[in-house]
Design a protein around this ligand. Structure first.
Ligand code: LLP
Length: 421
């Protein structure tokens, strides 16, 4: 069941006709559905073994209203910067449910997180471990730590979003893990609480997860035999979502059952860090056709959204379904379009040779499944204002981040003295 569906021939976001929002805020805009966020969170949370901490990976969509919606359902957070940490706290997620991941935490970030009293630091290397130990000691504090180990499994996803192979920059090499745990144990500012793993994103097959979790389980047994008190396993994120109509992916209940099977006998607290699964299908990007251009061999639909608004197709050759906001009539003819944006780059393309109903200037179209890694990856390239974000709940909608004016964007910059005269 989708919360973006045609009713009486018009695409709705829950109970709101999409053109009504477009009429209020203009295009392009991101539109999120509360019901879809809630459905995704509940599906995941109910699938995980009881007591698991669902630490939403804020990087997927950091809008405060989105985080708040998930926080109200009981979500924790996985953050990778002080900015995300402050957002999670501001959105009402208690520090005791926040884990701090990332390969390049700075000392000021560590200090802030220690003061806040975070649940766990996921540490990715020895240098970082030493730094965290020093920062903790300088505060007479002890940092709760899980070491992120690199299980050297192939997540079989896009190379640019794969993280669990030995050649990736992430995690502590498998073969060094026990030695690094031994070092960590000798550091008075560090308290070992668990093991962390994350193999990649948009993982569409459960087997790589299973392989990684089983390896982590074996490591936990070894570490316990070495005398470490391993009480938690952080499974990372990565569960994929369907991007194409009709695509079937492993459901969260299979993921949860597999996790239970792989590590359920270890009597550990489980943490999961889903990002994409929570928000991807809960967001669409609504944009208007500016022009339809025909060259000798191609038909182009030029939209008012560009790669600065949604970079996934340009960056990862990612597929996003595109639909017209007016429902095409039954048996309506379809034409192949290259769907492009206004940005001055040939990579500013959302889809190549995409079969769509006949498009005309002024038509609204929606690019689907963009609630994760959409708005957060946007830029103002070509001096284009960031697209606003709208959150719908039933028959209500709210602008949860307005479109900045060009003047406000320029006002953030300063003129040096020597250019003033
Ligand atoms: N935990 C860690 C340590 C991560 O690095 C990530 C994602 C997650 C959790 C959440 O993974 P998810 O459940 O969302 O797959 N920009 C790319 C995705 C990059 C993901 C990076 N790490 C995209 O648009 O596909």
């Amino acid at each position: 069941m989708t919360h973006f569906a045609y009713r009486a021939g018009v695409l709705h976001a829950e109970d709101i006709p999409v053109p009504e929002i477009a009429g209020t805020v203009g295009t392009p805009f991101y539109c999120y559905s509360t019901a879809a966020l809630e459905r995704q969170f509940r599906a995941f949370a109910e699938a995980m073994p009881k007591g698991a901490l669902i630490a939403y990976a804020v990087k997927a969509n950091g809008n405060l209203a989105v985080i708040r919606t998930l926080a109200r359902l009981g979500a924790g957070a996985d953050v990778v910067s002080i900015g995300e940490l402050k957002r999670a706290l501001a959105a009402g997620i208690p520090a005791s449910k926040i884990v701090f991941s990332g390969v390049g935490k700075t000392r000021p970030e560590m200090a802030y997180a220690l003061d806040a009293g975070l649940h766990q630091f996921n540490v990715e290397g020895e240098g970082e471990l030493e730094a965290l130990n020093e920062v903790a000691l300088s505060k007479n504090a002890v940092a709760p730590v899980a070491l992120r180990v690199n299980p050297d499994v192939d997540a079989k996803t896009h190379a640019k979003i794969s993280t669990g192979k030995a050649e990736n920059k992430f995690g502590i090499p498998w073969t060094k893990a026990r030695a690094v745990y031994a070092r960590a144990k000798s550091m008075p500012g560090i308290k070992i609480v668990g093991v962390d793993v994350h193999i990649g994103s948009q993982v569409t097959d459960l087997e790589p997860f299973r392989a990684a979790f089983v390896r982590v389980g074996e490591l936990v047994r070894l570490l316990r035999a070495d005398g470490h008190n391993i009480r938690r396993i952080d499974l990372g994120g990565g569960l994929g979502v369907p991007y194409r109509d009709g695509e079937i992916l492993p459901p969260p209940k299979d993921y949860g059952a597999m996790a239970h099977q792989a590590v359920g006998d270890l009597d550990v607290e489980l943490i999961a860090e889903p990002g994409r699964f929570m928000t991807a299908s809960a967001g669409i990007l609504v944009t208007q056709v500016l022009y339809v251009k025909e060259s000798e061999s191609k038909r182009f639909a030029v939209l008012d959204a560009g790669m600065n608004d949604l970079i996934r197709p340009a960056l990862y050759e990612a597929w996003h379904d595109i639909v017209t906001v007016q429902e095409p009539g039954p048996g309506a003819a379809r034409f192949a379009y290259d769907v492009v944006g206004p940005v001055c780059e040939s990579t500013d393309m959302f889809a190549r040779d995409r079969e769509l109903p006949k498009l005309a200037p002024g038509d609204l179209v929606a690019i689907l499944t963009v609630g994760a890694y959409g708005a957060v990856l946007a830029s103002s390239y070509n001096a284009r204002p960031l697209a606003p974000e709208i959150l719908v709940k039933g028959g209500d909608f709210a602008v949860v981040r307005p479109r900045p004016t060009i003047e406000a964007m320029m006002a953030e910059e300063r003129t040096p003295a020597w250019l003033k005269t």
